[in-house]
Design a protein around this ligand. Structure first.
Ligand SMILES: Cc1cc2nc3c(=O)[nH]c(=O)nc-3n(C[C@H](O)[C@H](O)[C@H](O)COP(=O)(O)OP(=O)(O)OC[C@H]3O[C@@H](n4cnc5c(N)ncnc54)[C@H](O)[C@@H]3O)c2cc1C
Length: 399
């Protein structure tokens, strides 16, 4: 995460129906939120919506180093390392939920000549502050959400040239791009100063940032419990996108290992399904191994055919729908889904990359519209205080 990072999604999509942003802050707030706001909101729900202080159930500053499953006792021995106490110990568990996220291990491309480049070259995982690149010519390799957002940060904080290299489809196919961000095709080679592109052009750069995504990596799991490294809309080996059915007697779960559109909304659905499964509260469960494999194969096949943002969104909406239906969890997803489609449209046909964060939408749960704040490209204050200190509520037209 970097300084001045704002959510790229509507807070109204991330909102929990049982604990809205308005309830948390006690006032209406803008639609797009910076990091501090989302952290405050998540902590608020955890503390205020629980009858117990959930923090008492969590051991902080403690790393899971190794998890071993005993096929006879069907229990896990977990080796943990408490960093504050400097102590390593083992504990036994009947179930494991892997929720360490999928943004820990960068996927580093091997580009010929990259070892010869004289400027800064690093992965977006290590990007911290766009002001470091003021006055620089910067090449971003990879035009996913990291690439586009860092390009925007560089534009906002004064890089002189920003080039965004795409693999197969230019970003302007899905989003109106500002002319300050130049789109370039695949980089085939680097040397001390220049990047060479597949269309035969070459250019000099001061810095190169690899926005090439991440790899699933779970070093604390025995290899038989690991899902494949490639990130996916529906990783293989998971029933309902959560239960690892290949080993472990249906007691190991992954929550949040999918390529995301919805984030909080999806995590919530996966987490509720997982909890209810572990508690034995789901109708029609457990399934046989064959039933789980068949079900998983259907989702996986569909995931593999996804070719556009809209298809990805439909897929994830259907999966969340299935999770909430099976969990008998009331979640009015239809209303949230409409907002997601609006988000795609605003970027592609309306305000585009530089201004989509100036759009405001209504909360599906409170009916109140987000407040208009200072335009994103002119807003250099990402504090919680500034976010709460917004008065006007005029909408910005997407046309
Ligand atoms: C640059 C960037 C921008 C993003 N922007 C947005 C956005 O605008 N909107 C949005 O909704 N989402 C966004 N996301 C995605 C969002 O941040 C993730 O989806 C979300 O943080 C995932 O939550 P998580 O709890 O699964 O994992 P994380 O938030 O990554 O939390 C995992 C936790 O597990 C801990 N951990 C890891 N290994 C171990 C171990 N061995 N033992 C113990 N603990 C361990 C980590 O320290 C961490 O605290 C963004 C992500 C990135 C990288």
């Amino acid at each position: 995460m970097y300084k001045n990072l704002w959510s790229n999604g509507y807070k109204e999509v991330a909102e929990f129906p049982d604990y809205t942003f308005d309830e948390h802050f006690g006032q209406p707030t803008p639609t797009f939120a910076p990091r501090a706001v989302l952290k405050d909101y998540l902590e608020g729900r955890m503390i205020r919506k629980s009858d117990k202080d959930l923090k008492n159930f969590i051991e902080f500053s403690t790393v899971v180093r190794w998890i071993k499953f005993d096929d006879l006792t069907k229990k896990y021995t977990v080796t943990v390392n408490n960093l504050k106490m400097g102590e390593t110990r083992e504990e036994m568990f009947t179930h494991i939920v892997v929720a360490v996220g999928i943004y820990n291990t960068p996927f580093i491309l091997d580009i010929p000549g990259m070892d010869k480049f004289n400027g800064r070259l690093f992965h977006s995982h290590d990007f911290r502050d766009a002001t470091e690149f003021k006055g620089q010519k910067v090449l971003l390799i990879g035009s996913g959400y990291s690439g586009e957002d860092i390009a925007l940060q560089l534009m906002k904080f004064g890089a002189t040239k920003i080039s965004l290299s795409y693999k197969s489809v230019p970003k302007n196919a899905t989003c109106i791009m500002p002319q300050e961000i130049e789109e370039k095709p695949l980089v085939i080679k680097l040397d001390a100063k220049k990047a060479y592109f597949i269309d035969g052009t070459k250019e000099e750069f001061d810095s190169v940032i690899l926005c090439t995504g991440y790899r699933n990596y779970f070093p604390f799991l025995e290899s038989r419990f690991r899902i494949p490294e490639e990130t996916h809309f529906y990783p293989p080996g998971l029933y309902m996108g959560a239960l690892f059915f290949k080993e472990g007697n249906n007691t190991l779960f992954y929550v949040g290992v999918q390529i995301l559109f919805y984030s909080f909304t999806y995590f919530e659905a996966l987490a509720v399904w997982t909890c209810r499964y572990i508690m034995g509260n789901l109708k029609g469960e457990p399934k046989t191994l064959k039933e789980m494999e068949d079900d998983s194969n259907i989702w996986m096949k569909r995931a593999e055919s996804i070719k556009s943002e809209t298809e990805g969104l439909h897929f994830q909406t259907d999966h969340i729908d299935t999770l909430v239906e099976k969990s008998e969890y009331e979640y009015p997803l239809t209303k949230v889904k409409t907002l997601m489609h609006e988000w795609i449209k605003v970027r592609k046909e309306g305000l585009g990359l530089t201004r989509y964060r100036d759009h405001v939408v209504k909360s599906p749960f409170t009916g109140f519209k987000g407040l208009k704040q200072k335009p994103f490209m002119e807003n250099f204050d990402d504090s919680l205080e500034a976010f709460l200190n917004v008065a006007s509520s005029d909408d910005i037209s997407i046309a």
